[in-house]
Design a protein around this ligand. Structure first.
Ligand code: HPA
Length: 278
């Protein structure tokens, strides 16, 4: 089955359950797991019930699509994403993003937990993603291009939509949430980076590092979505704090920042709607 056939098959399985038309798609990273409590849920579709869909295996990443309204705004959330380090092909990693686009979502709001390496960054900070470095992971568009999805050589200028970024900035000010900004670098994981790799990423201009997001942004741009994203800095990147990194601590720090993270994401989506961006 080619990618287009997989997308169509998954979209039709979802359409057998709901005719809900999301305007915006939100991928929930670590720490935003409870965001769905803010949504008036219309329908939930566990990934495992969808043929041709990759199923996540990471603890804390229970996987399902949640369709519903956030303050009247129709959206779809991915609770649990698919990571390359789990062993999936990049085509599988970005398949859910493409499905959400085909279901009607015009905007993709990406969230994640990430290691921080920007000057002055601290665990618990939020960082709006202004650009990305994806060159250390395979490009998700490698392979035959299907023109029904997008063009062969998509432009990646202004990948993170400047208008949406501005609205997020304004929301952070209005709600007194301190918001950093910077470049997100995706590495494959699952090992955390070495201190030397973090120093190298710093030279390249990265402020946050993680194991997701950038390839989803590429696939989303390819299929024509507008993109924005926020990282929760769950820890200082390797070698910057003097302490070894542990997944449990990363998860705990992401959970601790969850409330302000949720508020900022919710208020930003409301602002997108108010400004007629969705
Ligand atoms: N590195 C990579 N991925 C991460 C990190 C990190 O330090 N923290 C959370 N996700």
């Amino acid at each position: 089955m080619n990618v287009e056939e997989r997308i169509s098959s998954i979209v039709s399985s979802i359409r057998q359950r709901t005719d809900f038309m999301p305007k915006l798609a939100l991928i929930l990273g670590s720490g935003l797991g409870d965001f769905a409590d803010r949504i008036e849920v219309v329908c939930e579709v566990p990934y495992q019930e969808l043929d041709h869909f990759p199923v996540s295996t990471v603890p804390g990443h229970a996987g399902k699509f949640i369709f519903g309204y956030l303050k009247g705004i129709p959206m779809v959330c991915m609770k649990g994403r698919v990571h390359y380090y789990e062993g999936y092909a990049m085509e599988d990693v970005v398949l859910p993003t493409r499905v959400m686009a085909r279901l009607g979502a015009k905007i993709l709001f990406l969230t994640n937990a990430a290691g921080g390496l920007g000057d002055g960054f601290q665990a618990g900070d939020l960082m709006m993603i202004t650009d990305q470095i994806a060159m250390f992971v395979p490009n998700p568009l490698i392979g035959p291009n299907d023109d029904r999805i997008g063009v062969r050589f998509p432009d990646m200028t202004n990948l993170y939509d400047p208008k949406l970024c501005n609205l997020i900035r304004q929301c952070a000010i209005a709600h007194e949430v301190t918001l950093r900004e910077g470049i997100y670098a995706q590495l494959t994981g699952p090992s955390y980076e070495s201190p030397a790799e973090i120093r190298a990423l710093k030279v390249l201009g990265a402020s946050a590092v993680g194991m997701s997001t950038a390839v989803e942004a590429i696939a989303a741009r390819h299929i024509g979505m507008r993109i924005c994203g926020i990282s929760c800095i769950s820890n200082l990147a390797a070698g910057l704090s003097g302490k070894p990194l542990s997944h449990d601590e990363v998860q705990a720090a992401a959970d601790a920042a969850a409330k302000k993270f949720s508020i900022l994401v919710e208020e930003s989506i409301i602002a997108f709607d108010r400004e007629k961006e969705v």
